[in-house]
Design a protein around this ligand. Structure first.
Ligand SMILES: C[S@@+](CC[C@H](N)C(=O)[O-])C[C@H]1O[C@@H](n2cnc3c(N)ncnc32)[C@H](O)[C@@H]1O
Length: 245
């Protein structure tokens, strides 16, 4: 069933968002993105969008854990943990963790307080596949559910997730609610300045400075904006680390 709000607007699917470049990139049709978001997307019903995401990802498709792609994300993980000084004893939360492949890679690097969350169908599939992390998996719908407050998350990892959310512009504030000052967040997403048109299963691609803007707005300062070239992402991804003030 399609979301009521979409039907009211005469849309048969969530409106895909195309953001411009440069100075306009955190403006949508001339108004700041925060205001635009509040007045348009905030009250929309993403039930059908989320159901489709769950169908795709609980089906085992597009699980992009390092195990199945290549070792490049490990290089990033080493860099961010090195740059930010995350300790082996710190609590880490992976958003949209899929089958938990990256969680296990972190555990293999010596971090053992590693948790993850994803949609119900995805988590139910992950648990028997990865018994080592089964008890550390939470069911969370990032469109509607608050993040777990069970621990003090020193690092929140949002790799290949924000572009899947209708409520993408609210994600930084949602993360900020479960982090105290000094908390770190690492985001990796498609670069909206290089590929503005989202592919089918992505809600949007966010330009570089819009990503910074929404994190700054949520109380984060930018520690580092990485810009890597080369496979598997061929420079099409952006990587940002922020620290909560
Ligand atoms: C491209 S996969 C990335 C998986 C993992 N983070 C990685 O980098 O290998 C996107 C993930 O976002 C999850 N996802 C999509 N919408 C979500 C939502 N509303 N709440 C929680 N997770 C969601 C999907 O189930 C999927 O596991």
């Amino acid at each position: 069933m399609l979301g009521t709000a979409f039907s009211i607007l005469g849309l048969n699917k969530p409106p895909l968002l195309f953001l411009g470049e440069g100075a306009l990139s955190h403006m949508v049709t001339g108004i700041p993105i925060d205001q635009w978001f509040k007045s348009t997307l905030r009250n929309m019903d993403f039930t059908e969008w989320t159901r489709k995401q769950e169908e795709i990802f609980a089906g085992g498709n597009f699980g992009v854990s390092t195990e199945r792609v290549n070792k490049r994300p490990l290089h990033f993980f080493n860099l961010i943990t090195g740059d930010t000084g995350v300790k082996k004893t710190d609590y880490i939360l992976f958003l949209g963790c899929n089958d938990g492949g990256h969680m296990i890679e972190f555990m293999n690097m010596g971090y053992n307080k590693v948790y993850g969350c994803d949609l119900e169908g995805v988590i139910n599939r992950a648990k028997p596949l990865k018994p080592r992390i089964a008890k550390n998996l939470f069911i969370v719908n990032l469109e509607t559910t608050p993040l777990p407050r069970s621990h003090r998350w020193k690092l929140v990892v949002a790799k290949a997730i924000i572009e899947h959310l209708g409520t993408w512009a609210e994600l930084p504030k949602k993360i900020a609610k479960v982090q105290s000052s000094g908390g770190l967040v690492w985001v990796c997403t498609n670069d909206g300045t290089k590929i503005p048109r989202p592919e089918a299963r992505h809600f949007t691609h966010i330009p570089f400075d819009t990503l910074e803007h929404i994190f700054k707005d949520a109380g984060y300062s930018i520690v580092k904006h990485y810009d890597f070239e080369g496979p598997p992402h061929n420079g099409l991804m952006q990587f940002l680390t922020g620290r909560k003030e």
